[in-house]
Design a protein around this ligand. Structure first.
Ligand SMILES: [Zn+2]
Length: 446
């Protein structure tokens, strides 16, 4: 939270993926929701937006400032969250006593999402917006996800101008569909994410090279099927576009591709709507070859009936389905029917939190539990980070180093595991930057 005089601005309001936050009981905001004047939302991902309806349900009455694509994608994600909550609450009620709470109430309902969406005020990229007489906000594009922005504030503190930037999540260069992150203007204080602090992405292969290698083995040589669990929003579109480039340039013989996620279909519509915001390469592709999210042999699956049919498709194929960490979603069905298939490859393109099925498969478990059955794993498990949407350690360092050294007084690290924050903090301190790893609940006066 950022306080300027009496004015309180909350930057993002997310849900923690790794905790069981689907029921009411975790509403421990360290402030009263009604005292927040305005929320600034950097991007749609649920770990940044997922608690907004809780905030509204508990009394927040202000506006939520974000870019237009963020507003559209967030609405889609929050509606999906409600479905996930209902599903989980149902399940825990059915299981009854013990560790499950039979009186569990979902964290929020559809009507709270509607109330939240009503509060969105859309602000364009790089257009300074006056929040009040003393506070100006500018959204700077950071790649990462369509609509994602860093929030840069200029604050008039009794005649002295102070500036502070919150990076939100920082994307990567040369990422399919998305623009590279823009350079942030020089600020006095920088609050940066640190997800990949101390870790580097592999850079020996491009996205296409990595995909061609896996598809060639799984679908062309072995004539089997390739299942790619992918988040419906962002990751799926970048993947589909990359496959489009691969097949349209003849790098591989044609292979049937199914995108089995109704949410991915809707998210793709939003990507089409904001076509002016995709990167130059994708625009160019569109102008020369047409829709970057459509190609021969690509099929978007809507109904559950059609989804079941995909399991009966016996030609080599690629199945892209949600959810990324294999917790729930249609992907569960595909794994259930394919995990014991020697001619199946499962390719992970994202992070899998501990405790998820994805994590267990990557760990190399020989037997996994899916839908109340223990199944032996005969499928080939693979992983690549070429489609990670986060900048790595070097990208994070680069974001700080772009700043004016004389002007920058402090760097605050947030949004990373303790070890990542420590690694980034150490590296920045070696370079002579003043770094703070803030503790929860501690206030800093700037
Ligand atoms: Zn994100």
């Amino acid at each position: 939270m950022l306080e300027a005089g009496q004015f309180k601005i909350l930057i993002d309001c997310g849900l923690d993926y790794e905790k069981d936050h689907h029921i009411q009981s975790n509403e421990n905001f360290p402030f009263r929701p009604e005292e927040i004047d305005v929320v600034v939302l950097t991007h749609a991902h649920i770990d940044h937006s997922g608690n907004l309806p809780t905030l509204v349900r508990l009394g927040f009455e202000g506006q939520i400032l974000c870019t237009s694509p963020t507003a559209d994608l967030t609405e889609l994600l929050l509606m999906d969250s409600v479905n996930i909550f209902m599903h989980k609450v149902d399940k825990s009620r059915k299981r009854g006593k013990g560790k499950y709470n039979t009186n569990a109430q979902p964290l929020y309902l559809q009507k709270h999402v509607m109330d939240t969406v009503d509060r969105f005020v859309n602000i364009g990229f790089n257009r300074p917006f006056r929040i009040n007489g003393d506070i100006e906000l500018t959204f700077v594009p950071v790649g990462h996800l369509l609509g994602a922005a860093a929030a840069v504030f200029k604050i008039n503190d009794h005649g002295i101008e102070k500036s502070i930037a919150f990076t939100g999540d920082i994307g990567r260069k040369n990422y399919p569909v998305l623009n590279d992150p823009d350079k942030l203007p020089p600020v006095d204080y920088l609050v940066t994410e640190s997800t990949y602090g101390g870790r580097l992405h592999t850079k020996d292969k491009t996205v296409e090279q990595a995909l061609v290698e896996v598809i060639d083995k799984a679908c062309v040589k072995e004539q089997g099927r390739l299942i790619i669990p992918a988040f419906s929003i962002g990751r799926t579109q970048s993947l589909v576009y990359s496959l489009n480039k691969i097949f349209s340039s003849g790098l591989l013989p044609p292979v049937k591709v199914f995108v089995d996620s109704p949410m991915a279909t809707r998210a793709t519509e939003i990507f089409r709507k904001y076509h002016n915001l995709v990167n130059e390469e994708a625009q160019d592709f569109y102008n020369k070859k047409g829709d970057e999210f459509e190609f021969e042999n690509l099929e978007y699956i809507e109904s559950l009936k059609d989804s079941r049919q995909v399991s009966n498709y016996f030609e080599p194929c690629i199945i892209i389905s949600s959810a990324g960490m294999l917790e729930g979603g249609r992907i569960q069905d595909h794994l259930y029917y394919n995990i014991q298939n020697y001619y199946c490859t499962i390719l992970f393109i994202g992070y899998c939190a501990k405790g998820t099925l994805g994590h267990r498969l990557l760990r190399g478990d020989a037997i996994v539990h899916i839908k109340d059955r223990d199944l032996a794993v005969y499928a080939t498990i693979k992983q690549t980070d070429v489609l990670s949407a986060h900048g790595d350690h070097d990208d994070l360092m680069g974001t700080v180093k772009q700043q004016d050294r004389e002007k920058l007084k402090n760097v605050f690290l947030v949004h990373g595991e303790a070890s990542s924050m420590q690694a980034l903090s150490d590296a920045l301190e070696v370079e002579g930057y003043k770094v703070v790893v803030p503790e929860k609940g501690v206030k800093y006066s700037l």
